[in-house]
Design a protein around this ligand. Structure first.
Ligand code: GUN
Ligand code: ZN
Length: 411
């Protein structure tokens, strides 16, 4: 074995929707950027490691954010009463600025400094339509990121339409160049794309087994506009389904106002929902019907949806997930919140074999959270930590490790 490092610290590891493992005194053994072993510290007494490090805190897998707009990072939290008004008045004019490389470079640096600070080590992000901004973000990325240029062929301000690919022959070479592990096909939402273009993108996605990210059923006004734009479709979900855009590598943001038929379609296509509780709350979009999602067995992972979401911190997203659904009488646990913000996200992004928890063979991506006081149960400690995050959006993990090394937010 080469350069091994034993970290002695607390360990909290997601298992599934209602279980985690917690070791107040745990050990994490790394070899370079990989995890070799993790468990109670007693197990490591006879295990020679090249180095030993004592960390005062609890190690938790790096957070996964499956839906975030890096180009909205610095205008996050500018609430409006309605999605469509917010997009048209605040967001689209802002995104037009990413045509300028210096502006894009500066904001990409700030975005990834903040995701590192927040403990997000894996994610999928929307870029603006500009290809130069997409490439700059790819160069600036810290951690493991999938990115996609928002395709806005129509019903958008002229500068964004001008910058956007408007046929699949412009998109296919990007996918070939960046690869399906890094690049996601990103028809922004159905209002910005014709049925023909979405169909071509759907064919490309199927042929290349590519990720697709888009928005679905977020606001009532948006759905009204979709009905008028696609009278031939049975509903919003059907617009994407007809285009062949729904499959196991499709990640659909929001999915709030779905009918039973639409839920059934998503489940049958094995598509993923990016559940964005803090964003849904901020724009007054409504609450995702968690009971229906569970009933249909649809897969979902948590996401911040910055800039509609006010904070890129997945601790904050977890807190709003618990608060929002509990208020509606649903049973949700901190175990599930952690699972949905880590392992489920890694599965959603096709990285379940490499990331999402602290098990042997996976990449050593984790965060250090402040340890619980003596005698405090793991559940109470974790809930209190999330509540602290909700009171003060600036609460951060003590440290973020990516690929077996601690990273500084500002490079
Ligand atoms: N629908 C289309 N574009 C967007 C966006 O940028 N943010 C959100 N929340 N919804 C969208
Ligand atoms: Zn979004």
């Amino acid at each position: 074995m080469g350069d091994t490092l034993l970290i002695r610290a607390g360990l909290l590891n997601p298992v599934d929707t209602d279980r985690w493992t917690f070791h107040r005194e745990g050990g994490l053994l790394l070899d370079g950027d990989r995890i070799v072993d993790a468990g109670p510290l007693a197990r490591f007494h006879d295990h020679p490691a090249s180095r030993v490090l004592d960390v005062d805190g609890v190690l938790v897998p790096g957070f996964v954010d499956v839906h975030i707009h890096w180009v909205q990072h610095h205008v996050r939290g500018r609430f409006q009463s309605d999605l469509m008004e917010w997009l048209r008045e605040h967001i689209w004019p802002e995104e037009a600025g990413f045509e300028v490389d210096d502006f894009a470079r500066r904001h990409a640096g700030a975005f990834f400094a903040d995701t590192v600070r927040a403990g997000t080590t894996l994610g999928m992000a929307y870029s603006s339509p500009h290809l130069s901004a997409l490439r700059l973000a790819g160069e600036a990325a810290r951690g493991d990121w999938l990115l996609g240029n928002a395709i806005m062929e129509k019903a958008a301000p002229e500068p964004l339409r001008q910058a956007s690919p408007d046929n699949v022959d412009q998109v296919a070479p990007l996918l070939a160049e960046l690869g399906r592990e890094r690049y996601a096909l990103t028809p922004r939402f159905a209002l910005n794309c014709s049925a023909g273009l979405m169909h071509d993108l759907g064919e490309l996605a199927r042929r290349e087994n590519a990720f697709v990210q888009t928005h679905l059923s977020e606001s009532v006004n948006e759905i009204r506009e979709i009905r008028a734009a696609f009278p031939e479709a049975r509903d919003y979900t059907d617009v994407y389904d007809r285009a062949g855009l729904l499959g196991p590598r499709s990640v659909l943001g929001h999915c709030i106002h779905l009918s039973e038929r639409e839920h059934d379609t998503l489940a049958r296509r094995r598509a993923w929902i990016a559940h964005c509780p803090s964003s849904n709350e901020a724009l007054g979009s409504g609450r995702m019907d968690l009971a229906a999602v569970r009933r249909h067995g649809t897969r979902y992972a948590l996401a911040s949806d910055v800039g509609a979401g006010p904070s890129h911190s997945m601790l904050h997203v977890m807190q709003r997930f618990l608060a929002q659904h509990r208020q509606a009488g649903e049973t949700v646990t901190p175990q599930e919140a952690l699972y949905r913000a880590t392992l489920a996200g890694a599965d959603c992004l096709g990285r379940g074999d490499r990331a999402g928890d602290l098990t042997p063979g996976k990449r050593a991506d984790f965060v250090v959270l402040p340890a619980p006081d003596a005698g405090v149960a793991a559940e109470d400690w974790f809930e209190e930590l999330l509540a602290g995050e909700a009171r003060d959006l600036e609460t951060r993990p003590l440290q973020t490790w990516i690929g077996g090394a601690p990273v500084q937010p500002d490079p």
